[in-house]
Write a protein that binds this ligand. Structure first.
Ligand code: GH3
Ligand code: MG
Ligand code: MG
Ligand code: MG
Ligand code: MG
Length: 308
């Protein structure tokens, strides 16, 4: 998705709230108050709350403190210590005012405190504010990992994803493949058609690569100027080379005119592929280095081709 679409709010988001309380009556009151404006999920104890938080990824957890087994503080600490749930906004809902408890809640990372019996109007207003803050910070987090020009992931996102995919493939003893792509004679393209057309071309190429690499756990990122990189977990060299060839072919099929390209009437791209079954103690930079060498060879052997 392009950043402009994020900012214009093309996809309005309805906040998700998880209500956690061991007493059904409390859940009912909050449910009635909030159901018109938010998607509501419910949990009756701490363990259920943690499971639900991982599963539905709520924006806010309204968390009772006094509960049998795991109390609200334990749940909050757990959520804040797990990368999968650390971004959730926790609001404690407490039976009576207790300064020490309230301080402890904030120290654990809660964003607000609501006292029972709740005041419906104030509770609604507080939750509305917290949802707005949470959705805004989600948006900023997402934008920080996207490339502003092309809308695909940026280099920072790639740097985050590569070690995760590396560890995952090491654990499963599966091959991990990298495809490094570089548009051919792109300097000529800019010189011929101007930088604005160059930018338009980059967007089209990026979108095409993204459309071609479509498994949900694959990553396409802009690596630098006119270079893109794909991370393909659980993919061997044959599979990776096949995908790379599909990308190379799909760029030709875009038929973006490039009259000063020495090799084609249209914009082309070259690809270097490298595959490894990762070991835990091996540095992952070898994958990119090898792909880069293969890309250099692809350029050397005439461009518009894959080397793996
Ligand atoms: P090769 O086939 O060897 O890759 O040749 P090339 O001309 O593509 O390679 P070179 O590295 O010499 O030039 C890359 C060009 O990409 C130069 C630079 O102006 C252009 N470029 C990099 N980033 C952008 C960008 O964001 N927008 C535009 N329009 N051009 C860019
Ligand atoms: Mg309780
Ligand atoms: Mg380049
Ligand atoms: Mg190039
Ligand atoms: Mg070059």
């Amino acid at each position: 998705m392009f950043i402009d679409e994020y900012i214009s709010g093309a996809e309005p988001v309805r906040g998700k709230i998880l209500l956690v309380d061991d007493q059904v009556v409390n859940i009912k009151i909050l449910h009635q108050l909030l159901q018109a404006d938010y998607d509501i999920y419910m949990a009756r104890d701490g363990h259920q709350a943690i499971d639900m938080s991982k599963k539905v990824k709520p924006d806010i957890v309204l968390l009772d403190i006094e509960m049998p087994m795991l109390n609200g503080f334990d749940v909050c600490a757990h959520l804040k210590n797990d990368p999968e749930t650390e971004d959730v906004a926790v609001i404690f809902v407490s039976g009576h005012f207790d300064e020490d408890k309230e301080v402890k809640g904030f120290q654990l990372g809660a964003v607000d405190f609501i006292h029972k019996p709740i005041n419906p109007v104030i509770t609604k207003a507080r939750i509305k504010n917290q949802i707005k803050l949470k959705l805004n910070s989600d948006l900023l987090r997402a934008i920080a990992l996207l490339d502003g020009l092309t809308g695909v992931a940026n280099r920072r996102k790639f740097e985050q994803v590569l070690p995760v995919s590396w560890l995952q493939c090491a654990r499963e003893k599966q091959p991990l493949t990298i495809i490094l792509l570089d548009i051919d004679f792109f300097k000529h393209f800019n010189d011929t058609y101007g930088h604005t057309e160059g930018d338009i071309c980059l967007r089209a190429v990026a979108q095409k690569i993204q459309d071609t690499v479509n498994r949900p756990y694959d990553l396409v990122a802009r690596f630098g100027g006119e270079e893109f990189i794909c991370v393909l977990p659980n993919t061997d060299l044959i599979g990776g080379t096949y995908v790379a060839q599909q990308i190379v072919d799909s760029i030709v099929s875009l038929k973006i005119a490039h009259k000063n390209s020495p090799i084609s009437d249209f914009v082309t791209i070259s690809a270097g592929v490298s595959t490894i079954v990762p070991m835990f103690d091996m540095p992952n930079k070898i994958l990119v280095e090898t792909a880069d060498k293969q890309l250099y060879l692809a350029k050397d052997r005439g461009r518009n081709r894959v080397l793996g």
